[in-house]
Design a protein around this ligand. Structure first.
Ligand SMILES: *Cc1c(COP(=O)(O)O)cnc(C)c1O
Length: 388
């Protein structure tokens, strides 16, 4: 029996504990900065580094550990670390594996903030970041220097859609003891088995299909090798990469329907892309499932699906002013970054300023096909073509 408490203390301390035995489908949302220890010995023995115990909210709760375990399982990996965004997960890889004097290779079509991070590493951290042709394949061997530690790959590039030859890049890297990290966001870990192709680290922006709601930011790093996971874990702790419980819950809530949504995005995108291919306004459709997309053969060999994201190149007779008018005239397609949610999006990119040796003259517009009726999306685009 506790002594009679003052009202103020009763607001904070209670003797009530809910009965055990509650069960429901959703994972519980554990909110915690402070995590409680049974006694001092338990406090001293908990090791945040191993992520095998509850020590502090930043390093993991049952909610985040559950999400990590499920993502590792989806990718056929063993370990997973969550980060507050996809970009934070990318940065965690670089800070865990690179030090002053090292070299990192990035594809020339890399997710632009990853390129920006490369610039920062080069400018202020004594690390060289160099860029390779995403279609280089086994030729990457010639670019690997004695100080090269890491190769980033993206399959496909999320604006220009080239699909790299991942097994060839991984073989060349491993021959020289270099690690390969794959940004596997485009296919959500569903349509590309990165570890089977030789990749060492898989990064996903959970912000996209895993969440599915356009309402949460999160990233993940998945590995099979324990020593590599330990290195990433240390960076995770040192950089304070914890995620919020409610955000983790939102991603957990998205997982059961992810494959169904992904397949629906995929079917819609392929139907729309096929229709666009037949239109005189469009010079090229950059969708890996289409033969004229660079890396189509690799996509066919390595992927089992495609999701909702692809780009088109307008016929060069259209000026940027005209294609901007086209994007502005769209009603169902909204203008905004990201993808993987129910709403369709369209974004024009100044691709010739982004890429060194870009050949095509036409304006590039990227579509994220949401879950609306494709016929309505086609009608929306047709009306916007007329305004252009
Ligand atoms: C969105 C995205 C990221 C980053 O995810 P955020 O959660 O927005 O930081 C990384 N890579 C690719 C290919 C993406 O599309």
């Amino acid at each position: 029996m506790t002594a009679k408490k003052s009202l103020q203390t009763s607001l904070i301390h209670t003797d009530y504990t809910a009965p055990e035995g509650f069960a429901a489908f959703p994972s519980a949302i554990h909110h915690a900065s402070t995590v409680l220890f049974k006694n001092v010995a338990a406090m001293r023995s908990g090791d945040w580094k191993e992520k095998n115990a509850y020590t502090y909210g930043l390093h993991g709760t049952p909610t985040t550990f559950t999400l990590e375990a499920r993502l590792a399982e989806i990718e056929d990996g063993k370990y997973c670390l969550l980060a507050p965004s996809g970009l934070a997960a990318i940065a965690m890889v670089d800070f865990a594996l690179l030090k002053s004097g090292d070299d990192v290779l990035l594809p020339d079509n890399v997710y632009n903030p990853n390129r920006e991070l490369g610039r920062w590493l080069s400018a202020d951290f004594g690390i060289t970041a160099r860029y390779y042709d995403p279609l280089i394949g086994a030729g990457i061997a010639a670019l690997i220097q004695p100080n090269t530690r890491l190769i980033w790959a993206e399959a496909p590039g999320s604006v220009s859609m080239e699909v790299p030859d991942l097994p060839a890049i991984c073989r060349a890297a491993h021959d020289k003891g270099v690690l390969v990290a794959l940004d596997n966001t485009w296919s959500a870990g569903l349509a590309l088995r990165g570890f089977d192709l030789g990749v060492d680290i898989i990064m996903q922006a959970l912000t996209k299909y895993q969440s599915g709601g356009s309402d949460v930011l999160m990233g993940a790093l998945i590995t099979r090798d324990q020593a590599l996971h330990d290195k990433l874990s240390l960076a995770h702790m040192r950089l304070g990469m914890g995620v919020g419980a409610d955000d983790a819950y939102l991603v957990l809530r998205g997982l059961p329907t992810m494959k169904l949504r992904f397949d629906a995005h995929d079917a819609g995108a392929r139907k729309l892309a096929a229709w666009l291919k037949g239109r005189p306004e469009i010079a090229r459709v950059l969708h890996p499932a289409f033969e004229d997309c660079p890396g189509h053969a690799e996509w066919k060999r390595d992927f089992s699906g495609a999701g909702g994201l692809f780009s088109v190149l307008f016929d060069p007779r259209y000026t940027e002013e005209q294609t901007d008018r086209f994007v502005d005239a769209l009603k169902l397609f909204k203008i905004g970054y990201s993808w993987g949610g129910s709403n369709s999006l369209a974004v024009p990119y100044r691709i010739r300023q982004m890429r060194k040796n870009w050949q095509d003259q036409g304006i590039l517009v990227r579509f994220n096909v949401g879950l609306e009726s494709v016929d309505d999306l086609i009608a929306d685009i047709e009306a916007a073509f007329a305004v252009m």
